[in-house]
Design a protein around this ligand. Structure first.
Ligand SMILES: Nc1ncnc2c1ncn2[C@@H]1O[C@H](COP(=O)(O)OP(=O)(O)OP(=O)(O)O)[C@@H](O)[C@H]1O
Ligand SMILES: [Mg+2]
Length: 472
């Protein structure tokens, strides 16, 4: 293994000699410089692991050299050698990002420890930097596939939000539209990327546990609280907390969360002190929280707070040819995983993919491609192995209903045309209810009008719709 290089900068040849000898003895490779200019040249040429930097040099100050090293290499480990204890210099060096100080006369054993620490710190910093770059590559905005107008609009908003100071964000979209993906991209594409990204699924944890999971608790706060515990909010300090399926959070906890977001403070369960919160909260829901709050299942005030910055993820069926881009991406991925050589989709499959309503969105598409690629023997994705759902030609349920002019004279031609393959009446009804709610932006009175039914009748159907969705 090559030896770790350490740059020694001092105008006193005797000091340089002593330090260089000691460094060699400890297994490092010393490089010497007597001036600021010489030091910077050596720094660029040799890329040392650490620098031992004297402050007073003939052609300038070691503090300026420090700033130059940090400009070129923010991770650089610089240990300052100070003649006597000079507070001004020390403060300036700390501000400039010095790793540590050693005062003259130099005690070699102390120097040895300081250098070992410095090199270890440098190694960790490089590792963290590398991990962060890897995370960014894995989870960054570049991983989000889509060129349709709906998607470019969504990602440009999300990028703006990532770069902003926004302390809370709401992601809304049907299941499988990529809410997890976008939440991570916002985190890893922001200045918070060096801090934790912590995710909690509000639907997966019983309501009674969520409070202490989120806020932590003090020792003795309740029977089982034997020790103090940090909550997820605290663990995410500096970073991002992703509250998935926020619609499932109990109303009482919604009130607590609102208080935290409004005040920027939180309190552990059983605690007396308010602690400052430096976390961005990204909440996600696959339900329309506005509709939920009108039905008193979600707090309207929390909805208003969260929706200040709201990002709506378009369903796959509204992304045009993105479905083909995504299919290509997954074909490539599964070619590698399954050792297949599928070239692409047959024209018939392309048509079906463009027309299908994709209720499970990108996740469904991925699963379909995986299934077909496991079963397909030819080198194209053909209709042979497509799931039956995709092959139903008419999709009365989600496609806009075919409304025809109905004058008394045309009584023979129906208002809605029954697809050749037939349709599921209940689903048609639910689809119409859903469309009416969307068109009226969640206003129940208006939606009931659009459907020509009473508000009570609408409420009954909304309840059915909800049950239908929770079975999905
Ligand atoms: N635009 C996209 N580009 C690439 N992959 C995507 C995209 N959108 C979603 N995916 C992939 O689709 C799958 C589902 O996405 P994700 O889990 O983010 O959906 P979701 O909206 O969180 O769904 P749910 O509401 O069920 O939690 C994941 O495997 C994800 O990697
Ligand atoms: Mg999700």
């Amino acid at each position: 293994m090559p030896k770790e290089k350490i740059l020694v900068v001092d105008d006193d040849a005797a000091v340089r000699y002593t330090l260089a000898e000691a460094l060699r003895g400890w297994g490092y490779e010393p490089i010497e410089a007597a001036t600021v200019t010489g030091a910077l040249e050596a720094f660029d040429a040799e890329q040392p692991y650490a620098v031992l930097q004297d402050i007073h040099l003939p052609d300038g100050s070691g503090l300026d050299a420090l700033l130059e090293y940090k400009k070129r290499q923010p991770q650089a480990i610089v240990i300052m050698i100070t003649g006597s204890i000079q507070l001004d210099d020390t403060i300036a060096a700390l501000r400039g990002g010095a790793h540590d100080f050693i005062s003259k006369p130099i005690r070699l054993s102390e120097l040895h420890v300081t250098i070992r620490n410095g090199i270890e710190t440098g190694r960790l910093r490089r590792e963290v930097g590398q991990l962060r770059r890897q995370q960014e590559q894995r989870f960054g905005f570049d991983q989000i596939i889509g060129q349709s107008p709906a998607m470019t609009e969504m990602t440009s908003l999300a990028r703006k939000v990532a770069a902003s100071e926004a302390s809370s964000v709401l992601l809304q979209g049907e299941s499988g539209t990529g809410k997890d993906v976008v939440a991570k991209a916002i985190h890893y594409g922001s200045a918070r990327a060096d801090h934790p990204f912590i995710a909690i699924n509000c639907a997966a944890i019983p309501g009674t546990l969520i409070e202490s999971e989120l806020f932590g608790h003090e020792k003795g706060a309740f029977t089982d609280a034997r020790a103090r515990k940090e909550g997820l909010l605290e663990q995410a300090q500096g970073g991002t907390l992703f509250l998935d399926e926020i619609g499932e959070l109990e109303l009482g906890l919604q009130a607590k969360l609102l208080r935290v977001l409004e005040e920027g403070m939180f309190r552990r369960v059983g605690g007396l002190k308010d602690l400052p919160l430096h976390v961005r909260v990204i909440a996600a829901s696959n339900r329309n929280l506005r509709i939920e709050s009108e039905a008193d299942r979600f707090r309207l005030d929390l909805y208003y707070r969260l929706s200040v910055i709201q990002i709506d993820l378009p369903p796959l069926r509204e992304r045009g040819d993105d479905v083909l881009l995504l299919a290509g991406f997954y074909i490539k991925r599964f070619n590698e995983q399954l050792r297949k050589r599928i070239r692409g989709l047959s024209p018939a499959v392309e048509d079906i993919f463009r027309q299908y309503h994709w209720p499970g969105n990108v996740r469904e598409l991925r699963n379909v491609i995986e299934r077909v690629m496991i079963l397909e023997d030819s080198n194209l994705v053909t209709t042979a192995w497509l799931p039956r759902d995709l092959m139903k030609r008419e999709q009365a349920v989600f496609a806009p209903p075919v409304v025809q002019a109905s004058s008394p004279a045309e009584n023979a031609s129906p208002l809605f045309r029954l697809p050749d393959a037939g349709a599921d009446l209940e689903q048609v009804e639910l689809s119409l209810v859903r469309q009416a709610m969307e068109r009226s932006s969640g206003n129940q009175t208006r939606a009931a009008e659009l459907l020509g039914i009473s508000r009570d009748q609408l409420r009954y159907r909304l309840k059915k719709l909800e049950e239908f969705q929770s079975e999905q």
